[in-house]
Design a binder for this molecule. Structure first.
Ligand code: BGC
Length: 744
């Protein structure tokens, strides 16, 4: 202990660093550096050894603008020593930085975005398909492998905290960030995002999960007050978070910009203290979205542990040392709560690896990582229709490839998820294209076929080329970005282009690169449609190999595609067109009836249902059996490949009370379980799955309980939310249990 005290009195951080280097971890007098102790014990011991100034370093983080902006912050807000430390230690081009405490061996938190890959404007990295695309794989191994790749690149580029794990449900099909999230269903999203976080954290670094919560539209995201009942939240957006957190234990949860029921996301006692930390027993720390903080003591007391992304001198430094000290002095903030904040941050640093396995800059095998990304895309492309088995392309003499900048690359989403690929991306009309042109890949796959490209700007010229070609492939694109919404109607007359080309050549295939759902007014005019979402750095080859049959498509939609605007829950997005920061309110009256649940409940027929996706082979489901199992249901079924090609089938179990209104459900049915399996022609497999009891229950705020209403439930096996191959009935007893630690 004496050494700890002596070191605690050292003056400048640079001096402390050298002392630390000269005195490697001694387990006896620095118990927090002893990996055989629990992360809880280590965090407690480290907090006890820290000075007040050191504690305050950990709760206040700087944004990527810090390099240029932090020097302008007054010295009485951030001391010159700390400013110098930040500027010399952050990873240039990353999203954020929280200084560590070198004196006691606590590393800096080097934070960056990681929705689809490591975002750093100076360091190239590998772009996975968008999270919405990998969710379409319906195979958690795909985001897990992708996350492991991202985490490895993070380590190799000196980042130890990844701002990943986007899981806001696609409640609003026009939300500009839907491409960063994992679709409209809590079970699918929770499973896929949990797997991504597991992959990232397998590299001994921290991942967040974000943006907590119901930050489901981008319009006025920093000033919008969302009204939604606790019941609806717990059965939808929060359930997705709950499932993912249980599956992956992220080190941190990022609270969102918006208000929820009148309280800021990062100052929301109900969401942060009651649900996350109490009911779910979350041990990590809550970091703010970049600058999403509005107070000192109220934010800290309502559950925020770290103000992250402090930017510029205009920002209010709510968690900077002077503000924290004033709150402590006035008694508005207790030393106990500050210790808890620091302990939670340290817990994550000990439990997830950054203390024991510091990140180190090493070379990256970009070719190997691009292969991981291409495999993810090949599992995720969704074949929406294929009339007359036009696909896969066989023995075709000539192909017209039209539009979508298919000669340049594949579209990527914009905002903080933006990844700099090796060699840079291609900017066309202000949008980023990853250098993986489908045109080149098709030419590689079909060396004997005459393939001619037309940009698609002149529809008559495109149609003339289509007439001369045996088959036409039209690429359409829809740009999505953080900070704005995406129209479901495609821009730049692309609908007219498809219609003109389809009139000219009935053998027209559409490949859509979109951040989410789009309207397809030409859906009946084209025989084949492949939804590629944003397919990542291996997108070109993945599309070409699917169109030519090397890859048998196996993706299924993680979102429904509405047929027309009158099917949307809200005709207009609240606040659209108003300047950023304008106070506004929206009531999410559809509650937990999101996506297919909404269409089902309203009796609408969307263009394509959640779960839909076809293959070059056919699968049959049979012998469904189901029985009550604990509070949940155990279901088993057989799946057989009836076709002539090997392929991957996805079995989807839907559950439905005999009377959904009486059972208090938001909609007639819910996805209860799913599994993907690879089958050779003629082969079959028996699959057994369990339905989590929360997916059979309603949440009751009064007693903080989950409640399954006793009665008959239909259990169906299906390959989309619209079909059912077989159903059986199960009788469930009336069951009520506490929502505290419900997953344990
Ligand atoms: C985004 C977050 C992101 C952060 C840092 C914010 O604007 O909402 O998702 O992690 O910036 O880049």
């Amino acid at each position: 202990m004496s050494k700890v005290v002596a070191l605690a009195s050292c003056l400048g951080m640079l001096l402390c660093t050298s002392v630390q280097a000269a005195q490697p971890a001694a387990a006896l007098d620095r118990p927090w550096l002893n990996p055989s102790l629990s992360p809880d014990a280590r965090a407690k011991a480290a907090v006890a050894a820290m000075t007040l100034d050191e504690k305050m370093r950990l709760v206040f983080g700087y944004s990527d603008q810090a390099l240029t902006e932090v020097s302008k912050v007054p010295d009485d807000v951030v001391s010159p020593e700390l400013k110098a430390y930040v500027v010399t230690h952050l990873v240039k081009g990353s999203a954020g930085f929280v200084p560590g405490v070198p004196r006691i061996g606590i590393p800096d938190q080097t934070q960056t975005d990681a929705s689809i890959g490591v975002r750093n404007s100076f360091i190239p990295s590998t772009a996975l398909p968008s999270s919405l695309a990998t969710a379409a794989s319906f195979d958690p191994e795909v985001p897990r492998a992708g996350g492991a790749m991202i985490g490895a690149e993070a380590r190799a580029t000196g980042h130890n905290t990844m701002l990943a794990g986007g899981i806001n449900l696609a409640r609003e099909p026009r939300n500009g960030r839907n491409f960063e999230y994992a679709g409209e269903d809590p079970l699918l999203a929770g499973t896929m995002v949990g797997a991504l976080i597991n992959g990232i954290q397998s590299n001994r670094i921290i991942s967040t999960i974000k943006h907590y919560a119901v930050n489901d539209q981008e319009t006025l995201r920093t000033s919008l007050d969302v009204t939604i009942s606790a019941e609806a939240m717990r059965q939808s957006d929060l359930l997705a978070f709950e499932l993912a957190i249980e599956k992956s234990s992220p080190g941190s949860v990022m609270c969102s910009y918006n208000l929820i029921n009148g309280r800021w996301g990062c100052e929301n006692d109900y969401l942060l203290n009651t649900v996350l930390k109490h009911d779910w027993g979350f041990k990590g720390f809550v970091m703010s979205d970049w600058g999403a903080v509005h107070s000192t003591a109220p934010a800290a007391n309502n559950g925020l542990d770290q103000f992250t992304g402090f930017c510029c001198k205009e920002d209010k430094p709510w968690f900077a040392p002077p503000a924290m000290k004033a709150a402590l002095q006035s008694g508005e903030l207790s030393h106990g709560r500050l210790d808890d904040m620091v302990e939670r941050i340290l817990w994550a640093l000990f439990a997830k690896g950054p203390v024991d396995d510091p990140v180190k800059v090493t070379p990256i095998d970009y070719a190997a990582n691009a292969a991981v990304s291409q495999r993810a895309a090949e599992e995720s492309l969704v074949l929406l229709k294929n009339d007359g088995d036009l696909l896969p392309l066989r023995g075709v003499k000539s192909i017209a490839v039209i539009g979508g900048h298919a000669d340049q690359g594949v579209l990527a989403g914009a905002g903080s998820s933006d990844v700099t690929p090796l060699g840079g991306d291609r900017k066309i009309g202000g949008h980023s294209y990853l250098p993986s042109p489908p045109l080149d890949a098709l030419r590689r796959e079909l060396p004997k076929t005459k393939i001619v490209f037309d940009a698609g700007t002149d529809h008559a010229a495109a149609a003339a080329l289509a007439v001369q070609s045996e088959v036409t492939i039209v690429f359409v694109t829809r740009h999505n970005s953080e900070g704005s919404e995406a129209s479901l109607t495609m821009v730049d007359n692309q609908d007219d282009l498809v219609a003109a080309v389809a009139r000219a050549n009935p053998k027209t295939i559409v490949v859509a690169e979109t951040g989410g759902a789009i309207y397809m007014p030409w859906v009946d005019q084209v025989p084949a449609i492949l939804e590629a979402f944003y397919p990542g750095i291996g997108g070109g080859p993945a599309i070409a190999r699917t169109l030519t049959g090397k890859v048998n498509p196996s993706g299924h939609l993680p979102i429904s595609f509405p047929a027309s605007p009158d099917q949307l829950a809200r005709p207009e997005i609240e606040g659209l067109g108003l300047p950023d920061g304008t106070p506004a309110a929206v009531s999410f009256d559809e509650g937990a009836a999101i996506g297919y649940k909404w269409y089902d409940m309203k009796g609408y027929k969307p263009l394509f249902w959640f779960g839909h996706g076809i293959s070059f082979t056919r699968f049959a489901f049979s012998d469904l059996a189901a029985q009550a199992d604990g509070k949940g249901i155990k279901a088993s079924f057989s799946i057989r490949n009836l076709g002539k090609r090997q392929g991957k089938g996805v079995g989807q179990i839907y559950v439905a009370p005999a009377d959904w209104k009486k059972a208090g459900w938001e909609a007639p049915k819910r996805l209860g379980a799913f599994a993907k399996t690879d089958l050779k022609p003629g082969k079959s497999q028996r699959i057994e799955l369990t339905v989590d009891p929360r997916l059979l229950a309603t949440y009751e705020a009064a007693g903080n309980n989950w409640h399954i209403r006793g009665g008959e439930y239909d259990v169906s096996i299906a390959d989309s939310a619209a079909t059912r191959a077989q159903s059986v009935r199960v009788k469930l007893p009336d069951t009520v249990w506490s929502a505290e630690h419900a997953g344990n």
